[in-house]
Design a protein around this ligand. Structure first.
Ligand code: FAD
Length: 323
């Protein structure tokens, strides 16, 4: 059963976030041989259309307006709904990012559509599309289908592999007009917290520290290991509460949910609330001096030892591999 599926391309600092390409791959599954239409919203984003096409979109629809320079629920929902009304899709896919989590429910309610959020697997099964999503903070998974109306879902970053980039692919990139008006919130300026390196939610490698790291100073050796591996630094709430690092690094039930290829937990006990944010990582390495620590129950590889000895040794060894 072929369908037309809209996929939102998420733009940050002038480039598409990786989750946009993962969403195109999910959109292809939902489309089942039908058409995947990329959607770009912003004030100057048309040039990114070719990237969506090279990653598998068949064509791209662009809405540009000065009022769309920065994200707002009002502005982006008006723009996206204009595309929905002109395209009349059978499916919609967003990334399950801060933007997607804000925008998707608003669009779904306007369209009177069901919404499956935070899907980690998308599969075509007969006449339905089956979405797998975590429940109970990741302790179990449920499979869901939408039986009536638009198939609308958000997908968790780093779970669905994007298609291989094909630079020979071409497709139409078309701008449509949408009236963006009556905005209740206008973002004048975005002031970013100074943060360096890889974005935590899209990092392939995360080196995460807990209360066992003992100080902000202690996090420096984790940062060195992360840098050698091309990864990002994360933290438990214990470490954030103790003031060792910023809450923006917190991983878990009340922090970020991450699914990197490699998660190295250093001095983290493995409380259920922490596991909720990282237990779906592809490979988990735990370093803890307590052999009974719960983190070892989810780890693929465990190192019982003092992180202040183990982490610098790992950094040295990985540096040798890079030479
Ligand atoms: P601890 O539990 O104190 O563990 C420190 C570990 O370090 C110990 O296992 C110890 O053996 C080890 N260690 C000490 N020294 C060394 C060393 N030199 N070398 C190696 N290992 C060492 N927590 C989160 O992380 N994320 C959340 O989103 C979150 N949300 C929560 C929401 C609610 C509603 C509640 C109630 C709690 C939440 N928590 C969350 C807190 C959670 O319950 C734990 O308190 C927290 O995860 C513990 O952090 P920790 O593992 O760093 O510290």
């Amino acid at each position: 059963m072929s369908r037309k599926v809209l996929v939102l391309g998420e733009v940050r600092d002038g480039s598409l976030r990786n989750v946009s390409f993962e969403a195109i791959a999910a959109g292809k599954t939902v489309a089942e041989g039908g058409e995947v239409v990329g959607v770009l919203i912003g004030d100057s984003v048309q040039n990114l259309g070719k990237d969506m096409i090279q990653y598998g979109a068949d064509r791209v629809v662009v809405v540009e307006d000065g009022n769309l320079k920065n994200y707002s629920s009002d502005g982006f929902s008006q723009a996206f709904l204009a595309v929905v009304h002109s395209e009349n899709p059978d499916g919609i896919i967003f990334g399950h990012t801060a933007l997607g989590k804000d925008l998707a429910p608003k669009i779904a309610s306007k369209l009177d559509a069901g919404l499956i959020s935070d899907a980690t697997i998308v599969e075509a099964a007969g006449e339905h599309v089956v979405f797998t999503r975590p429940i109970y903070s990741g302790k179990a998974f449920e499979k869901k289908i939408i039986t009536d109306g638009i198939i609308f879902a958000t997908i968790r970053p780093n779970n669905i592999s994007p298609l291989e980039k094909d630079e020979s692919r071409t497709g139409d990139v078309q701008t449509i007009q949408a009236e963006i008006k009556d905005l209740r919130t206008i973002i004048k300026e975005v002031i970013r917290k100074a943060s360096e390196g890889v974005d935590l939610s899209e990092a392939k490698v995360i080196v995460s520290g807990g209360r066992g790291v003992k100080s902000a100073e202690g996090f420096k050796s984790l940062k060195e290991l992360a840098d050698v591996l091309g990864g990002a630094v994360g933290a438990s709430r214990g470490a954030c509460d103790a003031g060792y690092c910023d809450y923006s690094l917190q991983i878990g039930q009340t922090g970020k949910v991450v699914t990197p290829d490699l998660y190295i937990a250093c001095g983290i006990s493995g409380a259920i609330q922490h596991l909720a944010g990282m237990s779906n990582s592809k490979v988990i390495v735990a370093i803890n001096k307590d052999p009974e620590a719960n983190i070892f129950n989810v780890a693929d590889y465990g190192i019982v030892g003092d992180l202040f000895e183990v982490v610098p040794l790992l950094t040295e060894e990985f540096k040798k591999l890079k030479v």
